[in-house]
Design a protein around this ligand. Structure first.
Ligand SMILES: CC(C)(COP(=O)(O)OP(=O)(O)OC[C@H]1O[C@@H](n2cnc3c(N)ncnc32)[C@H](O)[C@@H]1OP(=O)(O)O)[C@@H](O)C(=O)NCCC(=O)NCCS
Length: 223
């Protein structure tokens, strides 16, 4: 009964979001936590669980669990998760939360107050634990440890586990994710970060869309 009420609630919420912003599409079973904002032209696949904010033209596949500020023009594949909570890896004799958390993960606790910050990565409402820049491409089946910052223009290869910040325009891959290469030379990256084309209005973007196929066109836009 409680479950079907929850399902109905989220269905109603999905319809409400789509009514408010017709360019936002939420797949079936997707859940949007309170306070979440969509900038527009956001297509979200099925069974996603989202909180935070999503910039315009950012879209994602199915089964993504993300509590993050996500920038504009990002392409996110399916099965991407931010891992929000943690267990003690040192000092504590056991990693089991019965010894440090009042959240009763297994139905019981031996403590009366929290003795370890299991949501160290998240903000106070647990709605944000990661910042993802603009024009970021994240491949299929990526896990991101909470608390990391993913720079503008970064690419995360399929199947990676991201444990550290990723700098702007860097391609990373593997477990743990390591730098594979930079997308462009240093001068081009500097120009891109100076230009911030993702903040331009739609008419500028439409006018320049054909020139997006070659990084050498950048210089012409700056002059
Ligand atoms: C990273 C990726 C974008 C390839 O980028 P690329 O610039 O074409 O890179 P290359 O294929 O030349 O590979 C460069 C290096 O990265 C390695 N690499 C490629 N994909 C990798 C991955 N998923 N994990 C770890 N390493 C990877 C390659 O083995 C190669 O290593 P080497 O230099 O030691 O030989 C691509 O492999 C990928 O993961 N794409 C995501 C696909 C996806 O998830 N699509 C879903 C829909 S969007």
């Amino acid at each position: 009964m409680k479950k079907s009420f929850k399902k109905l609630y989220y269905l109603f919420k999905r319809i409400l979001i789509q009514m408010r912003c017709s360019s936002v599409k939420l797949g079936s079973g997707s859940v949007v936590r309170s306070g979440m904002t969509f900038e527009g032209y956001n297509h979200i696949g099925a069974n996603c669980d989202l909180s935070g904010s999503i910039g315009k033209y950012t879209y994602m596949g199915n089964n993504c669990k993300l509590n993050a500020h996500i920038g504009r023009f990002c392409s996110l594949a399916s099965n991407i998760q931010i891992l929000n909570s943690t267990h003690p890896t040192k000092d504590f004799i056991s990693t089991n939360p019965v010894f440090y958390s009042v959240n009763r993960q297994c139905g019981i606790t031996f403590v009366h107050e929290n003795r370890f910050d299991e949501y160290i990565y998240a903000d106070i409402n647990h709605s944000i634990s990661c910042i993802i820049g603009n024009d970021v491409w994240i491949g299929e089946n990526v896990l991101i440890i909470g608390g990391v910052k993913i720079g503008d223009g970064a690419i995360i290869a399929a199947g990676s586990v991201v444990t550290k910040d990723i700098s702007d325009y860097t391609i990373v891959g593997g477990v743990p994710a390591r730098e594979i290469k930079k997308r462009f030379d240093d001068d081009s990256i500097k120009l891109l970060l100076h230009l911030k084309w993702w903040d331009k209005d739609d008419s500028w973007l439409k006018d320049h869309a054909k020139e997006f196929d070659n990084i050498t066109n950048l210089k012409g836009w700056i002059l």
